[in-house]
Design a protein around this ligand. Structure first.
Ligand code: SF4
Length: 460
C-alpha cells in the first residue's frame, strides 16, 4: 500500500509528519510523491490560526476533488483536534479523521477504514460518519511516552527537526495550543539521543530541536535547566566524534522555539561554547509594549531585553529570529509604535509578523476592543516593511565575506543552501552558481544580497 502525506503548519508538524512517515513505513507502506499513485492520502493539518485552518481545508478539498475510487482521504493533526466533527461537512470526500494526539494509531485506523464494509457507502449524516470513522482511542494510551520513544525516524534530507517535547503549560491568552496538545511533556534524554543517532546515521547534517517551548525541556521530568545538558549530550555523544561532511566540518545543532523567560545563563554559556551549536536562536516575543504583553500574559520587555543582551554578549554574531502579533485586542497606536521602535532598536535578523487571529476558546477571543481587520493588515504591512529594510541592510553586510553553507539541493546549474543564520523552511537561502552535492558544507563567498536571500560563489 502507498501513502501520500501533505504537511501544513509549523516545524513541529513537520516533525510529526516525519514520525507519521516512519510509522507507516514500519507498517509496510511506502511513500508516494504524487497523490495519483497513492492508496491513502493524508493531510497533516494546522489548526493554530484561521488562515492556517483555511489552508488545511483547501488542501483536503483539493485532494478530495481528484480522489479516485478506492483511495482513502484522511485528515490528521491540529485542525482535527479542534474541529474534527465538522470536517465531513466541509470536505465530504474525507473518509476519516485522527487528531494530533492520536496519530500513532494511524496504521490501525487505515486498516479500519479499508476493511469496514460501509467504506464505499456515502453517508450524509456527519454524526454517524464521525462515530464510525473516528478512532476514539484514549489519548493517554496513544501518547504514552514509551510508544512515542520506540518510533524509529526516517531522515528525509540533510536537515531534520527533532521534537524534544510537545504540549505547553504557558498561559498566553491568544493561543489554543495547550488545549490542542495538552500539558508540556518531554521525551527522555535517552530517547532524544537515540533519535539524533538515527538521523545522523542516515546522513542528516543539521538537527533543529523543536517543541512548543523547547526551553521548558525536562521540567515535567523533574529537571530544571535540562535543555543545556541535553544539547551538550547530543554534541558529545552524537555529533562530537563524527564529522558532518567529507571535509571534516562539524554537524549543526540548532535551537528553535525558546521562551523568553526560560533562556538561562547555563543555556547561553553552552550555546556559546560548543562549536556544533549554531549561533542562532528562534525566540518568539509576540510584542514589546508592557500593557500588550500583560494582556497577552507574556513575559515583560525587561526580561526580554536582559535575555537579548545576554545572548549578544556571549555570542556577538548570533542570529536572532522572532515573531510578533499585531492587532491584539486593545492594541493602541501608541502600543504599536512601541513595537516598531523595539524592532528598529533590536535589529533582529529574522522577524515574522502575524495579524491577531480570534481563536475560539482562548481568553483573547472574548476581550473587548477587538481591532478592525483593516488596521491589523496595515500594522502588519508596516512592521514587515520596517523589517525588510533591516534584513536587507543586515544581509548586505555579508557581501564580500565567506560563509559556511549547508547544501540542501541542486539543479539547473545552481545549488541552494543555508547558513547558520537561516533555519530550515522559515528563513532565507543562499544561491550558489554551481551544482554541489546535497548534505555537503561549502565555503561560499557572498556576492549579492537581497532582503531575505544571499547569492554567492564557491570559495574552495
Ligand atoms: S508559549 Fe507558545 S505554544 Fe505555549 S501558550 Fe504561549 S504561544 Fe502557545
Amino acid at each position: 500500500m502507498r501513502y501520500y502525506l501533505r504537511t501544513l503548519g509549523c516545524a513541529k508538524n513537520v516533525a510529526d509528519s516525519d514520525g507519521i512517515g516512519s510509522l507507516l513505513e514500519n507498517a509496510g507502506m511506502r511513500a508516494a510523491d504524487n497523490p495519483r499513485d497513492a492508496d491513502v492520502l493524508i493531510v497533516n493539518t494546522c489548526g493554530f490560526l484561521q488562515a492556517a485552518r483555511a489552508e488545511s481545508l483547501a488542501a483536503m478539498r483539493e485532494l478530495g476533488e481528484s480522489k479516485r475510487a478506492g483511495q482513502l482521504l484522511i485528515g490528521a493533526g491540529c485542525l482535527i483536534s479542534r474541529y474534527g466533527a465538522q470536517v465531513k461537512s466541509d470536505v465530504p470526500q474525507v473518509d476519516g479523521v485522527i487528531d494530533a494526539g492520536k496519530w500513532l494509531a494511524l496504521p490501525r485506523f487505515i486498516e479500519h477504514l479499508k476493511t469496514r464494509e460501509t467504506f464505499k457507502v456515502s453517508r450524509s449524516a456527519s454524526e454517524v460518519w464521525f462515530r464510525e470513522a473516528y478512532l476514539n482511542l484514549p489519548r493517554e494510551q496513544i501518547a504514552a511516552r514509551s510508544v512515542v520513544e520506540r518510533l524509529p525516524r526516517v531522515a528525509r534530507g540533510p536537515s531534520a527537526f527533532l521534537k524534544i517535547a510537545d504540549g505547553c503549560d504557558r498561559p498566553c491568552t491568544f493561543c489554543i495550543i495547550p488545549a490542542i496538545k495538552g500539558a508540556h511533556h518531554s521525551k527522555t534524554p535517552d530517547a532524544v539521543i537515540a533519535e539524533a543517532r538515527e538521523l545522523v546515521a542516515q546522513g542528516v547534517k543539521e538537527i533543529a530541536l523543536v517543541a512548543q517551548d523547547s526551553t521548558a525541556y525536562g521540567w515535567d521530568l523533574g529537571q530544571r535547566d535540562a535543555l543545556a545538558p541535553l544539547m551538550e549530550k547530543i554534541c558529545d555523544e552524537v555529533l562530537g566524534e563524527r564529522r558532518g561532511d567529507s571535509r571534516g566540518r562539524p554537524h549543526w545543532l540548532r535551537l528553535m522555539y525558546a521562551y523568553p523567560g526560560h533562556v538561562t545563563p547555563r543555556l547561553i554559556e553552552t550555546m556559546a561554547r560548543l562549536p556544533q551549536i549554531v549561533k542562532y536562536i528562534d525566540v518568539p516575543l509576540q510584542h514589546a509594549h508592557p500593557e500588550t504583553l500583560k494582556r497577552m500574559r507574556r513575559p515583560n520587555s525587561v526580561v526580554t531585553c536582559q535575555m537579548l543582551d545576554a545572548l549578544r554578549a556571549a555570542m556577538p554574531d548570533i542570529a536572532i529570529r522572532t515573531t510578533f502579533i499585531v492587532g491584539f485586542p486593545g492594541e493602541t497606536e501608541k502600543e504599536f509604535e512601541t513595537l516598531l521602535q523595539f524592532i528598529e532598536e533590536q535589529q533582529f535578523d529574522r522577524v515574522g509578523v502575524f495579524e491577531f487571529s480570534v481563536e475560539e476558546g482562548t481568553p483573547s477571543a472574548t476581550m473587548s476592543d477587538q481591532i478592525p481587520a483593516k488596521i491589523k493588515k496595515r500594522r502588519r504591512e508596516q512592521a514587515m516593511a520596517l523589517q525588510q529594510e533591516i534584513s536587507l541592510k543586515k544581509n548586505q553586510r555579508f557581501v564580500g565575506k565567506t560563509l559556511e553553507v549547508l547544501i540542501e539541493g541542486a539543479g539547473d546549474g545552481v545549488s541552494i543552501g543555508r547558513t547558520y543564520r537561516d533555519a530550515p523552511e522559515v528563513d532565507g537561502v543562499v544561491i550558489i552558481e554551481k551544482e554541489l552535492p546535497a548534505g555537503e558544507f561549502a565555503r561560499v563567498k557572498i556576492t549579492r544580497a537581497v532582503e531575505y536571500d544571499l547569492m554567492g560563489e564557491l570559495e574552495d
